[in-house]
Ligand binder design. Structure first.
Ligand code: TXA
Ligand code: MG
Length: 329
């Protein structure tokens, strides 16, 4: 692995895609843009590369990874799809949906990547550069978000570099991502379960399936063995600064993460970042992690957050905000 203080950063183009594929083949670690957040990719069949990936992120080894593939046919080589899973894949792939499915018998993905579970998380990303890298590499690529474990997910190459420079081999800079929150994760069990709200709103999935998605029994605590989606540990998305939710006023020394046209009055413009001044949840999702990072860097007493509606992408936004606030009260 790269042991210098920097990692090569290449602008996203044909040469960079080829370099990324070569690096993955050699067991290297490559950060690349997806439509949701930047991912840190490794060859999903190479346990050594995956061990280095966990090490680079400082991620607890019990936390399983998502295998990224180019299309449904490639996904079916590593996971077993029932009719419902195929319906979901056909409706939302390529795109910000991850399916947790039983591993296929011939699955070549290393056990280390799935943390020893007999299920596997799979997704077909929509970002052009991610797709080109997957095509050039030709196999499944595991890719957690390209941040240090517990930090806010990266939505630009600069975020990746500030967390991981010198710890990984290559960063492909494809500009700011489009969606801004991670993929929605659906567990395709007897009854489908929403393991993580994300880029595809719950309502769209429920409409397609004609049924409600179950909630995980307890999605936050890992005391009693293997959590269903361990990455949903309560404080997973935490900035270093304390986060105060549902603010209707600003206290001394705080900065404000606002939402909508009616910002708390009397706050200095330099102390505010507005997720979406026009109250658009898609725009807010795209800005969320970048603004949290920027406000975190101010060294304020706390980041006060105005209420964000819960419908559509608001479910994923509120989930990430709640996790950012946990343990910092
Ligand atoms: O949008 C995304 O999904 C991004 C981009 C890079 O694709 N990736 C991402 O990966 O968010 P990560 O590693 O940060 O989150 C993966 C989540 C974790 O919560 C993990 O616990 C869960 O997926 N997961 C993975 N395999 C699982 C499995 N077999 N069963 C249940 N949860 C699983
Ligand atoms: Mg993550």
């Amino acid at each position: 692995m790269n042991v210098g203080l920097t990692s090569a950063i290449l602008p996203a183009n044909e040469a960079a895609v080829a370099a990324a594929a070569r690096c993955l083949q050699a067991g290297g670690l490559v950060a690349f843009p997806t439509e949701t957040v930047y991912g840190l990719g490794a060859d999903a069949t190479n346990a050594g590369a995956i061990a280095r990936l966990y090490e680079a992120k400082g991620r607890p080894a019990f936390n399983p990874l998502i295998a990224h593939v180019g299309d449904l046919a490639a996904a079916q080589k590593i996971a077993r799809f029932d009719a419902q899973a195929i319906q979901l894949a056909q409706a939302f792939w390529p795109g910000p949906l991850t399916l947790v499915l039983p591993k296929a018998p011939g699955c070549t993905v290393a056990d280390l990547a799935t943390a020893g579970l007999d299920t596997i998380a799979v997704r077909v990303p929509a970002h052009r550069i991610a797709r080109e890298i997957l095509r050039a590499f030709g196999g499944p690529v595991v890719a957690p978000s390209a941040n240090l474990s517990g930090h806010v997910s990266p939505t630009t190459a600069a975020h990746v570099s500030s967390d991981l420079a010198g710890r990984i081999d290559l960063i492909i800079d494809g500009g700011a991502v489009e969606v801004g929150v991670e993929s929605t994760i659906v567990g395709c069990f007897e009854a489908p379960m929403l393991l993580r709200p994300g880029g595809v709103p719950r309502g769209e999935i429920e409409r397609l399936l004609g049924r409600a998605l179950l909630q995980p029994p307890d999605d936050t605590d890992s005391d009693s063995g293997q959590p269903l989606a361990p990455g949903m540990l309560a404080s997973h998305y935490a900035p270093r600064t304390k986060v105060r939710l549902n603010a209707d006023r600003l206290e001394a020394g705080e900065v404000l993460l606002a939402f909508g046209p009616n910002v708390i009055s009397g706050v200095r413009a330099s102390d505010v970042m507005n997720l979406s001044a026009r109250g658009d949840l898609t725009e807010a999702a795209a800005n969320l992690f970048g603004y949290l990072r920027a406000l975190d860097a101010r060294g304020a007493r706390a980041i006060a957050v105005m209420p964000v509606p819960h419908h559509g992408l608001g479910e994923a936004i509120n989930d990430r905000l709640r996790r950012a606030a946990v343990g910092r009260e």
